[in-house]
Structure formats: C-alpha cells, structure tokens
Design a protein around this ligand. Structure first.
Ligand code: NDP
Ligand code: GDR
Length: 355
C-alpha cells in the first residue's frame, strides 16, 4: 500500500527556523508550501538557494503570499494546499520590539494562531492536519523554578510572551475541544549563522568579525547578566518534526539543559578570533566596559541602556527530559560549537564582502 504524500505548510518560512525546516522536509521528500509576506524588497534571502534550484532539480517548494493577520488568506492557502502538517513559525519574534508594538504582536503571535486553527476547521481538515506551534521558553519569564519543564508555571514578562501564552492555551483548548492533533513545542533559544542580526548572539558574532577586520571599534550591548539556554536551530527544527510524527499530540520542551550569560557569549566569541576581553567597572551597571587584554586602550564592548528591556527574563535553563524519553530528541551542538560556528561564518562573510 502506498503512503499518503506528505505535504507541509510552513508559516515563517523566510525566518531562521523556517529556512532550516524547509530544507529538512524537502530532504525527506515532502512537498513544502511556505507563506511569505509581501515586502518592498526581497525577503527570501534565507531560502533563495533552495527556491532557485527548483527550476533545475524539481524541488517541491511553493511560496504563497500571506499573513497571520489575514484570516481569509489563511483559509484560501489551506484549502488550496491541503497540507498534512502545518508548522506555525511565523511571528513578530523580537522580545524588545514587542514593547514598542504590543498590539500588533498580540494580533500576529496570539490571535494569528486562533486564525490558523479556525482556518483548518473551516477547510474541514481538522482530522487530517497535524499542527506545530512555535511556543517559547519566554513563557517562563520571571523565575518560578529551575530547570524549567513542561510543568513549570508560566509568568510572561513581555507583550511577546503574553501573546505566545494566549497562543499556547488556545491550542490546548482546541486540542481538547475538537480532538485535533495540535502540539506546542516550548523551545529555548536556538541560534545559527542564519539568526536575525538584532538578536544578541548574531549581533555579537557579526561585531566580533567586523572588529577583528578593523571595520568597527566597539560593540554596544544591554544586559550582560541575563542567562540563556542556547542551542543550534538545526537540532531544534528536527525536534519539531519528531513531535508531529507521534501518534498522540502533546507539548514538549526542547533545550540543552545548560545556561550561559550574555557576557560568556561575548568572551567566547572574541576568543574565537584570539581577542581576550577584560571587564572594567561595576558588574551589572552601565559603567561596565570590555577592553582588549593586550591593548587596554581598545574598547571592545560598551553598555548602552537603550538595549535594556522594561522587564527582563533573567534566567532560562530548560529540562529536556520529556523530549528525550518520549520522542528520542536531544540537542547535539555544544555551546562552544555554536559560538565557533557563528563567528566563523560571520568572519568569512565579512572577509569576503566587497568593500
Ligand atoms: P524569525 O524572526 O527569524 O522569523 C519569523 C518569521 O515570521 C519570518 O519568516 C517572518 O517573515 C514571519 N512573520 C512575521 N510576521 C508575520 C506575519 N504577520 N504573518 C506571517 N509571517 C510573519 O524567527 P525564528 O525563525 O527565530 O523563530 C521561529 C518561531 O519560533 C517564531 O514564532 C518565534 O517566536 C519562535 N521561537 C523562536 C525561538 C528562537 O530562539 N529562535 C525560541 C522559541 C520560539 P519576514 O521574513 O517577512 O519578516
Ligand atoms: P530573547 O533573545 O529575548 O531571549 O528572545 P535576544 O537575543 O534578543 O536576547 C537575549 C538576552 O540578551 C540580552 N541582551 C541583548 N539582546 C539584544 N537583542 N540586543 C542587545 O544588544 C542585547 N544586550 C543584551 C537581552 O536583554 C536578553 O536577556 C529570543 C527570541 O528568538 C524569541 O522569539 C524566543 O521566543 C526566545 O529567544 C526564546
């Protein structure tokens, strides 16, 4: 008996995770549909390499204009593509920006999930589609317990996290109310050379490369003391897929189980290009400054208060036991390996860019 063809629909396909997931699913033989937003300039840089190949290789990747804020459009795309799996990765994903755009963030990241779940029901596909929601460790916000697991209480600390909490619970409600195969992946921070440049890890790796090449002098950062459980996006998108292959839908934490400060990331990243950072000034104050150990006159890092958030998430460290036991997922990339890969990629990018 031949298996039903696998068809995936990815919202947020142009983002970090969406691009890795599209590659991964195409490799597995899926037909992949992605939703892209109309923009005045190209916004498909992360997937151009697979989209272009399609003409020569017959790669089954199709793009559709759409938006999580447009219900009619979502119904149309789901009706037309009839996916067997939907990965909802689309979101206004920047925590700091969500304080500037709280209403839009609630609409896209919160109500957007309701729209897509209802679009599935409108299309009459609620028994056919398996759905993954990009939930987040930001739900844990103000520390209630460590490490954080599927049973840790939520205490969101940003408009982004509050919107994602709505998304989390509307999914659970629809799962219970309508028997749909809906899964929340509560993912801790995951990074890569494709990470957006305004997130702290990529901001650091790009700056390290530019400082090493003499193009910049100083990197401006906010809170160096917050701790994050950082993994590699490539590992985490595989976990998303593994969750949807389970007979029963459930919610899972994906994390490394290790935590590091932003300061450690900075030190390790500069170390990759043989620069040692020495910290001056009082810890945790705006006076804190990082200088080059071999040249104390060279200021590598300065604190800029504009990068602090009105409410911060101080400590994230996940407990990935359930994912390991139930679906067999574990993170494979170490913190050291992640930093090295990101710095190496950006150093190469900076070195080879036309000047
Ligand atoms: P990115 O910011 O890299 O990508 C976000 C994607 O969502 C982009 O494709 C973006 O399109 C799209 N998007 C934004 N607004 C809309 C909208 N209104 N309608 C449709 N699409 C939209 O995020 P990541 O890849 O890092 O993260 C993927 C998901 O996982 C997000 O939902 C994020 O909140 C969540 N998450 C991420 C974690 C991480 O550490 N990376 C951890 C936990 C959760 P465009 O390219 O046009 O901007
Ligand atoms: P986060 O990621 O808020 O954890 O959300 P981000 O990289 O933005 O911040 C991590 C920590 O670094 C501190 N920080 C700075 N952050 C940024 N962006 N820029 C700076 O200059 C800077 N200086 C210090 C922050 O205060 C914070 O403590 C990410 C996103 O991908 C979310 O979508 C996802 O849900 C969570 O990870 C899990």
């Amino acid at each position: 008996m031949s298996e039903e063809p696998k068809v995936a629909l990815i919202t947020g396909i142009t983002g970090q995770d969406g691009s890795y997931l599209a590659e991964f699913l195409l490799e597995k033989g899926y037909t992949v549909h992605g939703i892209v937003r109309r923009s005045s300039c190209f916004n498909t840089g992360r997937i151009d390499h697979i989209y272009r190949d399609r003409h020569e290789t017959g790669v089954k990747l199709f793009l559709h204009y759409g938006d999580l804020c447009d219900a009619t459009n979502l119904v149309g795309i789901i009706n037309k593509t009839e996916p067997t799996e939907i990965y909802n990765l689309g979101a206004m994903s920047h925590v700091k920006v969500s304080f500037d755009m709280p209403e839009y963030t609630a609409d896209c990241d919160g109500v957007g999930v309701l729209r897509i779940l209802d679009a599935i029901r409108t299309a009459g596909l609620e028994k056919k589609i398996r759905f993954y929601q990009a939930s987040t460790s930001e739900l844990y916000g103000k520390v209630q317990e460590v490490p954080q697991s599927e049973t840790t209480p939520f205490y969101p600390r940003s408009p982004y996290a509050v919107a994602k909490q709505y998304a989390y619970w509307i999914l659970v409600n629809y799962r219970e109310a309508y028997g749909m195969h809906l899964t929340n992946g509560i993912l801790f921070n995951h990074e890569s050379p494709r990470r957006g440049r305004t997130f702290v890890t990529r901001k650091i790796s790009v700056a390290v490369a530019r400082i090493k090449e003499g193009l910049d002098k100083t990197l401006y950062l906010g809170n160096l003391d917050s701790k994050r459980d950082w993994g590699h996006a490539r590992d985490y998108i595989e976990g998303m897929w593994m969750m949807l292959q389970q007979d029963e839908p459930d919610d899972y934490v994906l994390a490394t189980g290790e935590t590091h400060t932003v300061r450690e990331f900075v030190e390790k990243a500069f170390k990759c290009v043989d620069i040692e950072v020495v910290w001056k000034g009082e810890t945790g104050t705006v006076n804190e400054i990082g200088v080059d150990a071999t040249d104390p006159n060279r200021v590598l890092v300065k604190i800029d208060p504009q990068y602090f958030r009105p409410t911060e998430v101080d400590l994230l460290i996940g407990d990935p036991k359930k994912a390991a036991e139930k679906i067999g997922w574990t993170a494979t990339t170490t913190f050291e390996g992640l930093v090295k890969e990101m710095v190496a990629a950006d150093w190469e990018m900076v070195r080879t860019a036309p000047r």
